[in-house]
Design a protein around this ligand. Structure first.
Ligand code: NI
Length: 169
């Protein structure tokens, strides 16, 4: 089922997610719906807050649905190691048409649970590292515009307000 993607400035986007404690069929269905929703919007990552649910669940697929083994579900994830620096463009499904460079760690290690509650660790570099950091930020209620320089944030917030005034945001 395709869920409705919540857009900025909906307050749920800035709400830290509650930890997941039950690993049941409902959670699996929710993750399936999140993948379906993300693919329908050509995204590579989606956090629960972006479909209006403040829980610590995110899905990532850098292949955009082309390679099933690239599908990642991170439940209750945390970054346990970060290294280096990258400065690349990011977008976010909750901010259509906004793309901006954001400083991130080049490499991170994530610790998370899978849909059965089993803990695992995974390393990501470059784009995957960025996806981990962007999505885990969402779970903390942190948005990429607040990772931009003040100047770029102001410019993008003006652009957002203009789009919200003029179009179907
Ligand atoms: Ni995002």
């Amino acid at each position: 089922m395709i869920l409705k993607i919540v857009k900025y400035p909906d307050p749920v986007l800035q709400q830290p997610g509650e930890p997941v404690t039950e690993f049941n069929g409902e959670l699996k269905k929710f993750a399936d719906d999140m993948f379906e929703t993300m693919y329908a919007s050509q995204g590579i990552g989606l956090a629960a807050q972006q479909v209006g649910v403040a829980k610590r669940v995110t899905v990532i697929d850098l292949s955009g649905g082309k390679e099933p083994e690239k599908k990642l579900v991170l439940v209750n994830p945390e970054i346990i190691f970060r290294e280096g620096r990258q400065y690349e463009e990011e977008g976010c499904l909750s901010f259509p048409e906004i793309r901006e460079k954001v400083v991130r760690a080049q490499k991170v290690r994530v610790r998370a649970q899978d849909l059965n509650g089993k803990w695992f660790e995974m390393d990501g570099e470059e784009l995957l590292s960025r996806a981990f950091q962007h999505e885990i930020d969402h779970l903390d209620g942190m948005l990429f515009i607040f990772r931009m320089s003040a100047l770029k944030r102001d410019l993008n917030q003006r652009k957002l307000r203009k789009m919200q005034r003029e179009g179907p945001w």
